[in-house]
Design a protein around this ligand. Structure first.
Ligand code: PEP
Ligand code: MN
Length: 349
């Protein structure tokens, strides 16, 4: 149930309603908007008589949330959520690009990647140190050493870091080095992991499972939100369909669907979404045109020799071109994107 407080409700009235809900066995999550407070009450008794709350001082209205996910829903929070990282935020007007290699491989590789993506306008460096590989014989990632290399490379360029956490035991370690904890497609329904991430203070990038419906995906987000971590970014990374030409089918329609159902930001991953280098740019353009709040893209200084996902990793010049195109697409739909670096416009010295 959602309790919408009146615009003029006093803090005392809000606290009184919270206390009453807690007393009736609900978990209460408060969202303080510009005009009013909204209380999301989850748990409790299904047959609870909402009129008991409706009549309380300061209460504007009480709504039953019919969706199975509550805190992730637009009913609970009508305005879009944004997640702030010092000088930028995800989910606002600006389109945010995360880019870098699939895996952190060497100091030189991650440093070159960081410099490339920064120069083109990315804000966040991606790279896996713990890799969920389909085969146990494939490269599994460098672990903590990889995280350290990535943090160093990102700091040298003023970038944030997103990296995958595969298991509960890795949360604390990855959070020491990364600004965003990625939950991979294979782990979208690892509820033990999601519950633990709910206790973390680090934002979570939640990828859609390869066979997950949008509702299942939002329920996974609900696990993190209900644990107390409200910083969740969704990532559409393609689902498995009967089509075999591409590695996955990037579900672009999930972007407007999520924006209607949820206040959470959503980005797209055209790299895993297609698995083919030459399909990454067209799908990245399409995702931004469809309203995605950002992208996560695999870029590698030497894709032909990458230790993972080389075939879907784009070359640095392709990334430069894509960013230049996004600078045309984003404003056309009322979004902004970082301006082209001054040096490459020929300004200044
Ligand atoms: C990745 O980002 O490299 C990755 C393994 O992603 P996904 O979980 O979407 O397959
Ligand atoms: Mn990858």
């Amino acid at each position: 149930m959602v309790v919408v407080m009146e615009e003029r409700a006093s803090e005392e009235q809000v606290q009184h309603v919270i206390a009453q809900l807690v007393e009736k066995g609900f978990d209460v999550h408060r969202s303080t908007g510009q005009l009013r407070s909204v209380l999301g009450a989850v748990g409790g008794n299904r047959s609870f008589d909402t009129r008991l709350i409706e009549v309380m001082d300061g209460v504007h209205e009480v709504l039953r949330i019919t969706e199975p996910y509550k805190l992730a829903s637009r009913t609970f929070k009508p305005e879009r959520s944004t997640i702030s990282f010092d000088e930028f935020r995800v989910g606002g007007d600006e389109v945010i690009v995360m880019a870098g290699p699939c895996s952190v491989e060497t100091e030189e590789q991650i440093a070159a990647s960081a410099a490339t993506v920064k120069k083109a306008g990315a804000k966040i460096l991606r790279g896996g140190a713990f890799k969920p590989r389909s085969s146990p014989y494939s490269f599994q990632g460098l672990g903590e050493e990889g995280l350290r290399m990535m943090r160093t490379a990102a700091d040298a360029e003023g970038l944030k870091v997103v990296s995958e956490v595969m298991d509960v035991s890795q949360i604390e370690l990855v959070a020491r080095y990364a600004d965003i904890l990625q939950v991979g497609a294979r782990n979208m329904q690892n509820y033990t992991l999601l519950r633990e991430l709910g206790k973390s203070h680090t934002p979570v990038l939640l990828k859609r499972g390869i066979a997950a419906t949008i509702e299942e995906w939002l329920l996974s987000a609900e696990y993190v939100l209900s644990g107390g971590n409200s910083d969740v970014i969704l990532c559409e990374r393609g689902i498995r369909t009967f089509e075999s030409y591409t590695r996955n089918t990037l579900d672009i329609s999930a972007i407007p669907v999520i924006h209607k159902l949820s206040h959470l930001p959503i980005i797209a991953d055209p790299s895993h979404g297609t698995g083919l280098r030459d399909k990454v740019t067209p799908m990245a353009r399409a995702a931004i045109a469809a309203g995605a709040d950002g992208l996560i893209i695999e870029v590698h200084p030497d894709p032909d020799n990458a230790l993972s996902d080389g075939a879907q990793s784009i070359f640095p010049p392709q990334f430069d071109r894509l960013m230049a195109e996004l600078r045309i697409i984003a404003p056309a739909i009322g979004r902004s994107i970082c301006l082209e670096p001054v040096a490459r416009r020929g300004w200044g010295a």
